[in-house]
Design a protein around this ligand. Structure first.
Ligand code: SAH
Ligand code: SF4
Length: 395
């Protein structure tokens, strides 16, 4: 073969290659954008990219989050051409519910399967004046608090915005009675399910924006609460972008004890945590208080002396205290104190001027109480296996 022939052949090969590539590209479906997970700002950018006006965002948010519609064809205020275009580039993909059960006390729990085999849990707690949805932010949790069964499952991954807001979507849909006038059953959302919300910061912030948005769930910022075990730098970052209510998982009046119960305390001790709490509150436009969560555990943090110390530690923090009687799970090694001991703890704090509530244990029969949410975590930290081994040694 002459040099010229060889160059010619090569050229033909390149053409064939280009053709093949183009064919392959045509076969691979373009990844569609899941509109369920777009914050209002990202939805604006999406419609702008399609050459559409911003008011489309309001229409779409309403269809998805208020009317529960996931079929573009039924979105009658959009032109046929627009709907066809949407179907080409976007989708509204919902989480898959694998379990939906209601407790004798009305608490309802959903388990949703996530791609990859893990699952997460969402709980609805109806009360006289309000309905609270407890939403998960991660599959598992990396922080390993010693009294929390989610922590014992290890950590798998962050949830996407679609997976976080999808929990609110699913619960709203399931709580609606077909044929009946729509009643707003979810009045409050607490980011207190599985995971540490501040360690999945961007997705949690985008999801909370949807919770607050008037065209989506339109909840009051006072009624959306983020609970953190104390990731101090992220608390400051939250203050820069959001004004939702804050709950802080304290659980101990001294660093020695908190180091054991909430290991992240070794990095961000109580003094720093409460200073960050105060900074967050100072940034809010109103005089809101933080909620201090205190899981009360028999013979660990339930003594009168500890209540006294707690009152001292919290004296400069505008807060109300929520006592959560420990919810047992197999081989936790901890127990719930007697009601009398819990009342004694509450009364002392009360005498010191604090507003104290005791969280009633709801949904116990369907394992929906705080710290009992486990889902199914395909653990990437190998903690679950260690925990199972430990359980077997103890059994
Ligand atoms: N990761 C966040 C939010 C999820 S947990 C946080 O830690 O704040 C919600 C609350 O339930 C936290 O205060 C948590 O410490 C508490 N909790 C965890 N396990 C518990 C258990 N077994 N019994 C009672 N409360 C528990
Ligand atoms: Fe994670 Fe919160 Fe459980 Fe601690 S209490 S392990 S931070 S979910």
């Amino acid at each position: 073969m002459t040099d010229e022939q060889s160059i010619e052949n090569q050229a033909t090969d390149f053409e064939a290659l280009d053709r093949l590539e183009a064919e392959e590209k045509a076969k691979t479906p373009i990844e569609k954008v899941n509109l369920l997970g777009l914050s209002p700002k990202k939805m604006d950018a999406f419609f702008e990219g399609l050459g559409e006006k911003k008011f489309r965002t309001q229409q779409m948010l309403k269809w998805i989050h208020q009317l529960g519609e996931s079929d573009f064809d039924k979105m009658t205020n959009m032109s046929k051409a627009m709907r066809t275009k949407l179907a080409e580039v976007a989708e509204i993909s919902l989480p898959e519910i694998v379990y939906d059960q209601t407790s004798v006390d009305g608490t309802r729990k959903w388990v949703m399967r996530m791609p990859g085999g893990s699952s997460i849990e969402t709980v609805y707690i109806p009360e006289k004046e309000r309905g609270t949805l407890c939403v998960s932010s991660q599959i598992g949790c990396a922080l390993d608090c010693s009294f929390c069964s989610t922590g014992k499952q290890g950590f798998n991954r962050d949830l996407s915005v679609a997976e976080i807001i999808g929990q609110v979507f699913v619960a709203s849909q399931c709580l609606d009675t077909p044929g009946e006038k729509r009643v707003r059953r979810i009045t409050n959302v607490v980011m207190m399910g599985m995971g540490e919300p501040l360690l999945n910061f961007d997705n949690v912030v985008d999801s909370m924006e949807l919770m607050l948005n008037d065209f989506a769930y339109s909840l009051s910022k006072r009624r959306v609460t983020l609970s953190t075990s104390g990731v101090v730098p992220m608390m400051d970052k939250l203050g820069e972008v959001s004004d939702v209510s804050l709950a802080v998982s304290l659980h101990a009046p001294t660093d020695d004890l908190r180091d054991v119960l909430v290991p992240i305390n070794k990095k961000y001790p109580i003094k720093e945590l409460l200073a960050a709490t105060n900074r967050y509150l100072e940034n809010l436009p109103d005089r809101r208080k933080a909620t201090i969560e205190y899981t009360i555990i028999k013979d660990v943090n339930d003594s009168v002396e500890q209540a006294e110390e707690l009152a001292k530690v919290l004296k400069d923090t505008p807060c109300k205290i929520n006592l959560i009687p420990f919810n047992p799970f197999p081989n936790s090694g901890y127990e719930r104190p007697s009601n009398n001991r819990t009342y004694r703890f509450r009364d002392l704090l009360h005498e010191r001027g604090f507003i104290v509530t005791i969280r009633s244990t709801r949904g116990d029969d369907i394992d929906a109480a705080c710290g009992q949410l486990v889902g199914k975590v395909e653990d990437r930290t190998r903690r679950q296996q260690k925990y199972i081994d430990l359980q077997q040694v103890n059994d």
